[in-house]
Design a protein around this ligand. Structure first.
Ligand SMILES: [Mg+2]
Length: 181
């Protein structure tokens, strides 16, 4: 997938509104609706030589709406859904905090991305951050990645917001996976 002499590259994916419908505080399997194109898109990215990571803010955990264990269960379902397409996640990073709780990992903090880059030897300048909100794009910019706005989830609204900055915009993850090299 990544040659020994080549630089490793990755896609850092937001979860809700990118891989699955953003229904707000998604913690239970019955509200975890994976988009029909997610497996195909991730398989394509893997074949293009990208390592896959998820970076997700889940303040519902600190709020007590669901637990970290519930979230791991959803991610097991997700892994199962994308495996037939040849896709797997290297790591899934979860920030369980509310916006006003002091912490250094919640997006737009780039900490998870920087940690992953160090641990997996990833060149962030040739890597992508994909998301539907400005916090995703800001994290990507702060980490030194190329930023991709997707119009799924809140992406349509984000695109219209003033002052929003990104390198690429696509209708959904599958279009991004097909277009990006
Ligand atoms: Mg999102």
């Amino acid at each position: 997938m990544n040659t020994a002499c080549g630089k490793r590259r990755a896609v850092f994916l937001d979860r809700d509104g990118v891989l699955n419908e953003d229904l707000g505080y998604v913690g239970q399997p019955e509200r975890f609706r994976i988009y029909p194109f997610t497996g195909e898109a991730l398989g394509l990215l893997v074949r293009k030589g990208f390592l896959l990571f998820i970076v997700t803010n889940q303040s519902g955990i600190e709020r007590g709406y669901f637990t970290l264990e519930d979230t791991h269960r959803l991610h097991a379902l997700l892994a199962e859904a994308v495996r037939p397409h040849g896709a797997e996640f290297e790591e899934i990073f979860i920030a369980p905090y509310k916006e006003d709780t002091p912490n250094d990992v919640r997006k737009p903090s780039p900490k998870f991305v920087l940690d992953a880059a160090k641990r997996h030897g990833i060149d962030l300048a040739i890597s992508y951050v994909m998301g539907d909100r400005t916090t995703d794009l800001e994290m990507g910019r702060r980490a030194g990645c190329r930023t991709v706005l997707l119009r799924t989830g809140a992406g349509g609204e984000t695109e219209k917001a003033s002052g929003v900055r990104f390198d690429f915009v696509f209708d959904d993850l599958l279009e991004a996976a097909r277009m990006l090299v």
